[in-house]
Design a protein around this ligand. Structure first.
Ligand SMILES: [Mn+2]
Length: 336
């Protein structure tokens, strides 16, 4: 494994991409707009250069509805269409090989695996790893790579890059120096930033309201969790998800995290197909404006077999609701 230095990062990525004869881009399971936006943007650049390219993700079977308007979806193939032996494999927005799900075994058959990511907990599972935890999104990292490569960012590529940027920054709530400069540059290509944002983040079927009502009814608070930081959590059971999309389930955390009395917010989401199999979303926040003292939930998630960012992380687990809460509280206490 080559863990490249930050200064050499972009050149290492460009080197791999520039010499690739064919490329397979893999997005993470339960894809979000950052992994799909990165995958489709990169695919369009490679296609423009005449390089054969395909994009895939292991699960679920279909692309989430909200992402179907992104340009470049013609490059998507089903996971079973990804051969076991590929030339250059690029994993986008994946903190670990496990995030590739059933496609993780394609790493073994790849000539080169390039990891492009911004998760602090990245395990550097590629042969070349370009990981920048300071990047707002993997699409923001990809924009820097395209600049270093000399590949222009046109309307369609800007559309995809903006999709990842706006979602991973929570509609620019978590913007840093340079975030708005990148957004301005993408918007200058003529993309409809408001429309992209509304489609990805602010549009839900009516059933979302009923689901939210049932889920919010499960909310509990543990003020003493994590050494007094406080934990608020809810459960989304299988039966709550009837008639709603994965986008609706993913949006619940953004409601829960607004609770003033708890610095840590958690949503336990049961699998649609397997009882008592859960994916868990964790969020934390600092104590006030200018503070940077929030609990590192990436560490907590890593203890529980997952990973993520300092203020946003996740893991997968099994058990009863009571068991889930017990193991989370123990992990929070050990990390606090
Ligand atoms: Mn991301």
């Amino acid at each position: 494994m080559t863990a490249v230095t930050p200064a050499a990062d972009l050149a290492a990525a460009v080197q791999v991409l520039d010499t690739a004869r064919s490329v397979t881009v893999l997005c993470h399971v339960q894809p979000d707009a950052d992994t799909i936006g990165s995958g489709l943007a990169l695919a369009q650049v490679l296609h423009r250069r005449g390089v054969p390219v395909r994009v895939s993700f292991a699960a679920p079977a279909d692309l989430p509805v909200s992402m179907r308007s992104l340009p470049g979806t013609e490059h998507l193939v089903r996971p079973e269409q990804v051969p076991t032996e590929v030339d250059v494999l690029v994993a986008v927005d994946c903190g670990s090989a496990g995030r590739l799900g059933a496609l993780a075994d394609r790493i073994d058959g790849a000539t080169t695996t390039l990891v492009l990511d911004h998760h602090r907990s990245n395990t550097c599972f590629g042969s070349v790893n370009v990981v920048d935890p300071t990047a707002e999104s993997t699409t923001a990292l990809l924009a820097r790579i395209l600049d270093a490569w000399g590949e222009p960012i046109d309307y369609d590529i800007a559309f995809c890059l903006f999709a990842g940027l706006v979602t991973d920054t929570g509609s620019f709530k978590w913007a840093g120096p340079g975030t708005h400069r990148l957004a301005e540059r993408l918007l200058a290509t003529g993309i409809d930033g408001a429309g992209i944002t509304r489609t990805l983040m602010d549009t839900h079927p009516f059933g979302w309201l009923g689901m939210l009502s049932r889920v919010l009814d499960t909310a509990r608070i543990e003020p003493s969790a994590a050494g007094g930081e406080g934990l608020v959590y809810v459960f989304v059971r299988r039966e709550d998800m009837d008639g709603v999309r994965s986008e609706e389930v993913e949006s619940v955390i953004d409601v829960i995290r607004t609770t003033a009395e708890a610095a840590i917010a958690v949503v336990f989401k049961e699998s649609r197909t397997t009882a008592e199999l859960w994916t868990v979303s964790l969020r934390s926040r600092a104590s006030g404006i200018g503070a940077d003292d929030g609990v590192d939930v990436a560490r907590v998630a890593t203890v529980l077999g997952g990973g993520g960012h300092r203020y946003a992380a996740g893991y997968t687990t099994t058990g009863t609701p009571a068991q889930l809460v017990t193991s989370l509280l123990a992990a929070l206490d050990s990390a606090a």
